[in-house]
Design a protein around this ligand. Structure first.
Ligand SMILES: NC(=O)c1ccc[n+]([C@@H]2O[C@H](COP(=O)([O-])OP(=O)(O)OC[C@H]3O[C@@H](n4cnc5c(N)ncnc54)[C@H](OP(=O)(O)O)[C@@H]3O)[C@@H](O)[C@H]2O)c1
Length: 329
């Protein structure tokens, strides 16, 4: 590829820091601009992170003709609106998880991507990591026997007052913020969406859930269970159980450069070592490959839609106090 793709950061969100290093390191990308609602904020951010251009509004970034790709790191309730605006401004978009908060929004985002012919992908970085790919390969090889159960957890103590993750109006709630990972992981491992879900939640002062416990039933007798929360210590795990063996992934969502997963068969345990790359480089390169080589992004829009549908069904189940069949159409 002779021309680098110019990326622009839509906001000065904390998560940008995870993307800045890969964007500067990749041979395919140049981090050209950042936008903030205030020009002084954009300028000081650009100085701090050595970004050539600062824009004082999101509209100005979308109007910048040299930008090829937008990284949408806005709060959850703004993902759909600004992704659609960016696509119609002729930009490709890597949009943070959770992709959107309603199926109507997911569909409008997908329609905008179709109409404009631009690449749109959800930023689930763990999906591109060697550990995730190896885990999926082991399950698909039949090494665990018939798949029975996937258990997962993602919790951490959220202590910052007024954080967007604790407020319902900004799309907060632990299920949207971190529960989306074990849900996404289980759906990826099964390779299908659940037919029935059941959830319980504890809601905080901001109106969003502070902890969520959920179950999912897939076709073929496969089940999944997970918990997410802001009031527990930092925990993340996935366990995949088959009829013959089980696989433990102690660090499933933020794997590093050197990782270990454990295959247990009877009383024997095998530690499988996996070398991984820079965690967030995978999603950056996947976007670039989709743009320059016309490849399908690893995370399809149907996949992102399925995750949102399952989250919505789990929230509905918690509200009703009974199982719900997710609406996929
Ligand atoms: N993939 C991952 O590993 C990962 C990790 C953390 C978060 N995330 C996702 O990334 C997104 C951002 O999360 P974050 O924790 O980085 O957010 P954050 O630090 O709170 O930043 C959000 C940014 O959005 C802009 N903004 C626009 N309207 C806003 C509003 N009404 N309230 C607050 N901010 C507003 C602000 O930028 P300006 O002031 O510059 O306009 C703000 O800096 C979320 O969707 C989250 O789920 C992903």
């Amino acid at each position: 590829m002779d021309k680098k793709l110019n990326w622009g950061l839509l906001s000065t969100a904390k998560i940008n820091r995870a993307l800045i290093k890969p964007l500067n390191a990749s041979k395919q990308t140049r981090l050209l601009a950042v936008a903030s609602r205030s020009i002084s904020n954009a300028e000081s951010y650009a100085r701090e992170w050595n970004i050539p251009r600062a824009h004082g509004s999101y509209e100005a970034l979308l109007a910048d003709p040299e930008i090829d790709v937008i990284y949408n790191s806005l709060p959850n309730h703004l993902h759909a609106e600004w992704t659609i605006k960016a696509l119609h401004a002729g930009k490709h978009v890597l949009c943070e998880k959770p992709f959107a908060l309603t199926l109507a929004d997911v569909d409008a985002m997908s329609q905008a991507a179709r109409e404009t012919g631009k690449v749109l992908e959800e930023a689930f970085m763990y999906r591109h990591h060697a550990q995730t790919l190896k885990t999926k390969e082991i399950v698909d090889s039949g090494a665990l026997g018939k798949l029975q159960l996937i258990k997962g957890a993602f919790t951490f103590p959220l202590t910052r007052e007024g954080d967007i993750r604790s407020k319902k109006e900004t799309g907060g709630g632990s299920i949207w913020d971190v529960g989306c990972y074990p849900i996404s992981y289980a759906r990826m491992i099964v390779g299908a969406d659940p037919v029935e879900v059941f959830g319980w939640q504890l809601t905080g002062e901001g109106g969003a859930d502070e902890s969520f416990v959920g179950q999912m039933r897939f076709e073929d007798g496969i089940h999944a269970q997970f918990d997410s929360g802001f009031k527990s210590p930092s925990r993340s795990m996935i366990e995949i159980v088959g009829t013959d063996a089980s696989l433990n992934i102690p660090d499933p969502f933020k794997p590093g450069k050197s990782n270990e997963i454990i295959l247990s068969r009877g009383d024997k345990q095998e530690k499988i070592k996996i070398k991984g790359g820079e965690l967030y480089l995978g999603e950056v390169e996947d976007m670039c490959d989709a743009i320059t080589q016309n490849k399908s992004p690893r995370i399809s829009l149907e996949d992102s839609r399925g995750n949102v549908a399952v989250i919505l069904a789990l929230i509905e189940s918690a509200r009703l106090g009974k199982p719900v069949n997710p609406a996929y159409s």
